[in-house]
Design a protein around this ligand. Structure first.
Ligand code: ADP
Ligand code: ZN
Length: 524
């Protein structure tokens, strides 16, 4: 059976249903927990790291109204609109409001429906606003761009100094967010917003340097996972699979190979799942083969490895899942397998989902980020952290730092493949396209008269499996995407056009192409 929606989400249902995210980003979960629990919090996250979720989600989990102080009116408006579209009652009181908007906010407050109230700091200057906030049942204050309270910084906003007063008056927890990490600014924030009483601080970088990162082209996945586990026999590990059936098959294979292994998925009785959770926590060296349903609430510190038998659904999900390894800080290892079928599956899950178009586009972008990581040519950690807004040096603890990728100019090869797509008017999948490139003689080729195409037989420098690797890399670079309305036929993206026109070159990894022919094709 396919995984249930809750299993696919791998995180709190609100995260998925309201915000449309399948996993927390680095740091978010801990911050959300602390804010929801009513602690005073100072969180420093890079721009784009996902701060707004860290107060929006707790606002939904807590009773009463969360007041959000933000200096940027346009940003407040965007957030309010997005929340409203997601079905959350949110409103803003800013100088830019129309009378109707203000009226709507008041009505929502009076009806007890408002969850988030955005306010510009200038508002706090009026005694009326302060009095209003005292009456309406505020249970949390969230401060965006908290460094604006710093008199020595570039963005000083005198009205931010009133926030401390507001906190004292309301006597509710306060969560302050900023991307500015220097020590003086932090101290000033603590002085001015928290009256010098140290809040719970989240300043940690997102890097987990003890986790070794590695990706592998999926080739014979069962063998690859068995090899990986064999090299780590007796260590606790998790294997993530895309389907329930696969968790059962793979755990049986691991047991046959002499490991202590069991499976876990959302289709099991709650009681059976609890047994696995307890065994995993207590036993040494157990392997759990699971869907993403396994993970939440596991805090076993000495998980030594995490392997993905199938590609996760986004870069956030990847980070969260590998992040379960090595919480004790000792070395831990990961391996993520990916192949063209994974990419097709993940794309079609997004396309066939019920999400609105903007959300689907964002989901494709997050999948692209993961594929970019899978097909990376240089340090993976640098790329991963870069995606989350953190700069880093090459890490020395990933497969590409261990063995630099062997790349070659793949422009000619890629253009041949793109021409095959173009000449067949984007109506075919990689199997048939490869037949054309190899000049195969079969029924379908003859029926479609594809042996008369100029590209027919122009790709004989490679074998079938090598071409599969080329197509996978092309999908990884998002040059081609399967179209669900054409039974998964590959179609161009914008990114392919400059290459097709000869305006841009592209590098491919030679290693995943040449190794493609070495192993026999075995299906897991
Ligand atoms: P910041 O305020 O830290 O600059 P935002 O809160 O605006 O960042 O978030 C930046 C982007 O990251 C937004 O496009 C948001 O949709 C996205 N984002 C936030 N959290 C997640 C998550 N858990 N998974 C995927 N995308 C996320
Ligand atoms: Zn590295």
């Amino acid at each position: 059976a396919p995984a249930s929606p809750a299993e696919l989400s791998g995180a709190s249902p609100i995260l998925r249903e309201i915000f449309g995210f399948d996993a927390f980003r680095p740091g978010q979960e801990e911050i959300v927990d602390a804010v929801t629990a009513g602690e005073n919090v100072l969180a420093i996250m890079p721009t784009g790291g996902g701060k707004s979720l860290c107060y929006q989600l707790p606002a939904l989990l807590r009773d009463g109204i969360t007041v959000v102080i933000s200096p940027l009116i346009a940003l407040m408006r965007d957030q309010v609109r997005a929340l409203q579209e997601a079905g959350v009652t949110a409103g803003a009181l800013t100088s830019g409001n129309t009378d109707e908007e203000t009226e709507m906010v008041w009505q929502a407050i009076e009806a007890g429906r408002l969850k988030l109230l955005y306010m510009a700091p200038e508002r706090l200057a009026s005694g009326a606003a302060m009095g209003m906030l005292r009456r309406i049942g505020v249970s949390l204050i969230a401060v965006d761009e908290a460094h604006c309270v710093s008199q020595w910084g570039h963005d000083f906003r005198p009205d931010y100094l009133r926030i401390g007063e507001l906190r004292r008056a309301l006597d509710v927890p306060l969560a302050a967010f900023t991307a500015t990490a220097d020590q003086e600014t932090q101290e000033e924030i603590v002085q001015k917003l928290f009256d010098g009483e140290a809040p719970r601080s989240f300043l940690r970088g997102f890097d987990r340097p003890n986790i070794h990162l590695a990706f592998g082209a999926k080739d014979s996945p069962r063998r690859q996972i068995l090899d990986f586990a064999a090299a780590r026999k007796g260590q606790s590990g998790i294997v993530y699979c895309g389907t329930r059936a696969k968790t059962e098959a793979l755990s049986a294979a691991l047991r046959d190979a002499g490991h202590s292994a069991c499976f876990y998925h959302g289709g099991m009785e709650a009681e059976d799942r609890r047994i696995v959770e307890t065994r995993f926590a207590r036993e040494d060296g157990l392997i759990v083969v699971a869907t993403v349903a396994f993970g939440m609430g596991i805090d076993k510190p000495d998980i030594r490895w995490v392997a993905h038998a199938d590609l996760p659904k986004s870069i956030e999900a990847y980070y969260q899942e590998i992040g379960r390894a090595g919480r004790d800080g000792a070395p831990a290892e990961t391996l993520t397998l990916f192949g063209p079928d994974d990419i097709r599956l993940r794309r079609s899950q997004i396309d066939e989902g019920l999400a609105p178009p903007e959300r689907r586009a964002a989901d494709h972008a997050r999948l692209n980020a993961l594929l970019g990581l899978a097909e990376a040519l240089h340090c993976r950690r640098q790329k991963l952290l870069g995606y989350f807004g953190e700069a880093a040096e090459p890490c020395g603890n990933c497969d590409l730092c261990d063995t630099p990728a062997d790349v070659f100019d793949g422009t000619t090869v890629v253009r041949k493949a793109l021409s095959a797509v173009l000449r067949t008017e984007e109506w075919f999948g990689s199997g048939h396209l490869i037949d054309i490139l190899l000049g195969a003689d079969n029924e379908r080729i003859r029926a479609k008269r594809h042996d008369e195409l100029s590209v027919y037989g122009c790709g004989k420098e490679f074998g079938k499996r090598q071409w599969q690797a080329v197509f996978r890399q092309m999908m990884g670079h998002d040059l081609l995407r399967p179209d669900p309305e054409r039974h998964g036929a590959l179609r161009f993206t914008e990114a392919a056009l400059p290459i097709l026109r000869g305006e841009q070159t592209i590098e491919l990894r030679r290693d995943t192409i040449t190794s493609a022919d070495r192993r026999p094709a075995v299906k897991a």
